[in-house]
Design a protein around this ligand. Structure first.
Ligand code: UFG
Length: 359
């Protein structure tokens, strides 16, 4: 039976998505930030996503429609076996993984265990069940400190921390798997900087503890949870001295996964292919803050600090390959990203949870 359309979600969002053919798609990490938006876009596109929840409950407003399986850890191979024994999946979108750069430096084994062992388990179980179509969430972090911009998919790869190395290793594992067994079709998606939230305001990013990334921090300052944003460095060789990144609306990013799935199912020989998902435009920290202030009407107090170790100066994507081969292009600019981020923040100042006394 087709899942019902989630309530309060704009129908127009799905208009540009070609209706799916009802594929059964397992989404690991489907309750996370990008995963939850992608599950929603899959529902709207007519696929049948299955997802479990390990890190948090599904969004309350969508919970009746949310395709939840009992929570499992992908390092638990027996549990994975049971999931694959109960449903024949046509493809897997693999988001599950730890992603805090700083934490990965202090706990490398946790990252290698969770991200790499977990992925190997998943790939082994997929293979054993004949499910050999995969979309993997990689990251622009594999470009390290790019020598030039825009970053194209052919750039040399490097990693500057254990988190980045897990992405790099998993990409290599996927390439090796395809060489060993050409039945695999794998698309590696390198995300730039996902921000914003679903325009409904029902789902968005809700990091645990201290936010590591720019926009979750800005959002928490705007709702009064933090006093000021610390700007990491204003002495870069950029227009205003602050770091430049390629921010992409999370709904655009999610749609990129639908396009990747369509490519996996369109019958073409894919092998193991990689695509950047970004907008191709660079925006500085101060430009992003100004756009958010405009969208929210809130002032964001700033504290200028030194550079954050490991930060690159300017990173943005070449989008030509994804446009040509996935027929995907980001639609939203920073105004929409900030508008939707603020909509989510003002509707849910404490994210999915209650105020945490330790916050
Ligand atoms: N920044 C601040 N203050 C903050 C947080 C960030 O000034 O409190 C600045 C950073 O110095 C950088 C920009 O905002 O110039 C963006 O920083 P983010 O932490 O939001 O994003 P990064 O580009 O550093 O990292 C993101 C993902 C990583 C991924 C990387 C790939 O968070 O997981 O992109 O390039 F590895």
């Amino acid at each position: 039976m087709r899942p019902k359309r989630p309530p309060a979600i704009s129908r127009s969002l799905s208009e540009s998505l070609r209706a799916g053919d009802g594929e059964d798609v397992l989404v690991t990490g489907g309750a996370g930030y990008i995963g939850s938006h992608t599950v929603l876009q899959l529902l709207l596109a007519g696929s049948r996503p299955s997802s479990w929840t390990t890190s948090r409950t599904p969004p309350r407003s969508l919970s009746r429609e949310w395709p939840s399986l009992p929570g499992i850890d992908i390092r638990d191979k027996e549990a994975l076996e049971k999931v694959f024994a109960s449903t024949t999946f046509d493809a897997v979108i693999h988001f599950a993984g730890l992603k805090a750069v700083g934490e990965s430096v202090h706990k490398p084994l946790l990252y290698y265990n969770n991200n790499i062992i977990g992925t190997i388990n998943l790939l082994e179980v997929m293979s054993a069940h004949g499910c050999k179509k995969l979309v993997f969430s990689s990251s622009a972090t594999v470009y390290g400190w790019p020598k030039e911009v825009p970053c194209t998919e052919e750039f040399d790869l490097s990693a500057t921390n254990p988190y980045g190395r897990t992405k790099l290793f998993i990409e290599e594992i996927c390439r090796d798997i395809h060489i060993s067994d050409p039945d695999w079709s794998i698309i590696l998606l390198r995300y730039f900087n996902p921000v914003g939230a679903h325009p409904s305001g029902h789902i968005g990013e809700d990091p645990r503890g201290f936010p590591n990334n720019l926009m979750p921090f800005v959002q928490q300052v705007a709702v009064g949870r933090r006093p000021a944003l610390t700007v990491f460095g204003n002495d870069y060789s950029t227009n205003d001295g602050t770091g430049v990144r390629d921010y992409i609306h999370v709904v655009d990013l999610s749609d990129g996964h639908i396009s990747a799935l369509q490519k996996l199912f369109d019958g073409s020989e894919i092998g193991c292919e990689v695509y950047n998902l970004g907008t191709g435009k660079g925006t500085s920290v101060l430009e992003m803050v100004a756009a958010f202030e405009k969208a929210s009407g809130k002032e964001i107090p700033l504290v200028i600090a030194g550079r954050r170790p490991g930060d690159a100066e300017i990173v943005y994507a070449s989008t030509a390959k994804a446009e040509k081969e996935l027929h995907w292009k980001a639609k939203y600019g920073i105004e929409e990203m900030c508008r939707d981020q603020w909509n989510w923040a003002s509707m849910n100042p404490w994210g999915y949870g209650c105020p945490d006394p330790a916050d």
